[in-house]
Design a protein around this ligand. Structure first.
Ligand code: FES
Ligand code: MG
Length: 576
């Protein structure tokens, strides 16, 4: 391995030359109070912080950044905190997914245009992990990902509450008239009671586990609860390690290989991952030049048992329990024979070396392969005349009676239209009906909102039903559950076959055979296709317009076409 020298540091191009431009850079560093001894011949480390006062999951980042900086200074680097777009799930409308690519673009360009030798990426709330990582991969400087960590278990009146999952559950009970206003307020106050990301195995926990399994976090960092003091020490360790990585010139292409992406997918399947993981993992892998496909994920889904007994796919536990049971390293240890343990990681050691000594402390939380929560992994990919480019479903999170199902479609063109129906106690609907929501995909939503767990109609709730087959071109929250087919591609808004479906058509799902079809003749479909009127564009200016022009469909990870690694060359490094 060739080590960097002070002269070959990227930041030296800004600070070292005896010319007017560098005079400007140095005099402005002095304006900040830094003398040359602070930054000359030292790695400058960007600490990209996605903190904001509305990002509830990153509330501790304002403190944590000091721990990272402490580590960087200890190792002889200069840390510089830089704010990055704080894409949060909790307060962004219409959906945070509209802004993942904005964070990715900002991250890439912010790294490229500044005198940074390496970066610590501080994220965790759903879209921040893929957004930061996608951008930093394209920028190509050494990186470490620092996961925000899950919040503490929820608690109300002696009951443990899980992010998202219990909100949906109690909401259904409230709609059925089974819980009081007081109880509802109690749940509201108890379900999110510390800084940190959702503590179910939702999208946040899945994505940080993916980053961990890819080798871009310190080993096991993704499992540490946000407010545990181990999290502070891990943050400082990230600061120390990134400085060394700069000297070792350990760029992301040495870590995020095909093997690392496959490891990440296997681990995601074993954790009971969020369906959103599919979209983000494909996008991240493709930035690294790894052409990950839905088919590969389906194959891994079929062959990887789900062994993390964490809600919503698992029954009993939450992320705090997962950490105490040994965390992600312990889970990965169970899967060691299936992983490519030769993959290099940010520690400078292989994945196999990082897993040495990892142990499970509670085998009901992290199950052995011989006693899985579910015999297959978390996700299945469907194909058929409703979704020629694919759709996904979470088999373990739905009532098995819907695994093979045929029923008449109830089609809704918009969320408000569907909402009106589900709130109508007199609505004519049976548990055999298949509820369908369209115009909810990447362009139709717009922004691919998490509407895919369509609410069960009140009329059925009152009869005691809690699941039914639902289909949409939307995503769903990683904390959701139920017989929900998601990410139907291509989406209806761009003329995908979902646009041709009509109320009353029979829809057939055959999960064991991975198919989803509408039982309508090709002739009829052709007639409907000809009659289809393209919808008005959602945006005429601004970010939304740009998003609509360039976003790819779900099966390609919803990256922008012009950001794909094979789109073309990036301009070289600045030479002025
Ligand atoms: Fe931030 Fe769930 S809202 S992780
Ligand atoms: Mg979420």
């Amino acid at each position: 391995m060739t080590r960097k020298t002070p002269e070959t540091l990227r930041s030296a191009r800004w600070f070292a030359p005896d010319d007017l431009r560098s005079f400007g850079h140095r005099s402005r560093m002095m304006q900040l109070g830094y003398g040359e001894e602070d930054y000359r011949d030292k790695p400058v480390i960007g600490v990209l912080n996605t903190w904001s006062e509305l990002n509830t999951c990153h509330a501790h980042f304002k403190d944590r950044v000091h721990d990272v900086k402490r580590g960087v200074l200890q190792a002889g680097g200069l840390p510089v905190e830089m704010p990055a777009l704080s894409v949060d799930e909790s307060n962004i409308k219409p959906t945070s997914m509209l802004y993942r690519n904005m964070l990715a673009m900002e991250t890439e360009e912010m790294i490229r245009c500044h005198p940074l030798d390496g970066v610590v990426l501080m994220g965790g709330c759903d879209k921040t992990t893929p957004g930061l990582v996608m951008g930093a991969i394209s920028a190509g400087v050494p990186l470490i990902y620092l996961p925000a960590g899950p919040m503490l278990r929820g608690n109300y009146a002696g009951k443990i509450l899980g992010s998202g999952s219990d909100a949906w559950k109690y909401w259904d009970e409230r709609r059925a008239g089974n819980i009081s206003d007081e109880e509802w307020l109690g749940v509201q106050g108890g379900i999110a009671r510390s800084a940190g990301t959702c503590m179910t195995m939702g999208t946040a926990s899945t994505m940080t586990a993916i980053a961990d399994a890819m080798g871009i976090t310190l080993p096991g960092a993704s499992s540490i609860p946000a407010v545990d003091s181990n999290h502070q020490r891990m943050s400082a360790a990230c600061g120390r390690r990134i400085v060394e990585m700069v000297w070792e010139d350990m760029t992301p292409d040495q870590i995020i290989t095909a093997g690392a992406c496959r490891n990440a997918a296997i681990v995601a399947m074993a954790t009971g991952c969020s369906t959103n993981a599919v979209v983000h993992l494909i996008a991240m892998a493709r930035r690294a030049g790894v052409p990950m496909q839905l088919e590969e994920l389906d194959e891994l889904g079929r062959n990887t048992p789900l062994i993390a007994n964490v809600r919503p796919s698992g029954k009993d536990y939450l992320m705090e329990d997962f950490y105490y049971a040994g965390g992600l390293r312990a889970l990965m240890k169970q899967l060691e024979d299936r992983l490519d343990t030769s993959c290099m990681t940010v520690t400078g050691k292989t994945m196999g070396e990082n897993l040495e000594g990892a142990e499970v402390y509670n085998d009901d939380v992290i199950r052995p392969l011989s006693n899985p929560v579910y015999h297959e992994g978390s996700l299945a990919v469907l194909k058929g005349n409703l979704c020629p480019m694919g759709a996904v479903i979470k088999p373990a999170a739905c009532d098995p009676k819907y695994h093979v199902h045929e029923g008449p479609a109830l089609v809704f063109d918009s969320y408000p239209e569907m909402k009106k129906f589900v709130d109508d106690e007199q609505a004519e609907v049976t548990p055999d009906h298949v509820m369908v929501l369209r115009n909810a995909g990447p362009l139709g939503g717009p922004g691919f909102p998490e509407w895919g767990m369509l609410p069960i109609p009140k009329a059925l709730i009152k009869q005691g039903h809690r699941d039914m087959l639902r289909i949409s071109d939307a995503r769903m929250s990683g904390t959701s559950y139920g017989a929900c087919v998601l990410h139907v591609s291509p989406e209806s808004f761009v003329g995908g076959p979902l646009a041709l479906l009509r109320t009353g058509d029979i829809v057939r799902l055959d999960l064991p055979n991975r198919s989803l079809d509408m039982l309508v003749s090709e002739e009829d479909l052709e007639t409907r296709r000809k009659a289809l009127v393209p919808p008005e564009p959602r945006f005429e200016r601004g970010w939304g317009w740009m998003f609509s022009k360039h976003v790819l469909q779900a099966d390609e990870g919803c990256d922008f076409d012009f950001l794909k690694s094979d789109f073309g060359k990036t301009a070289g490094e600045p030479d002025i």
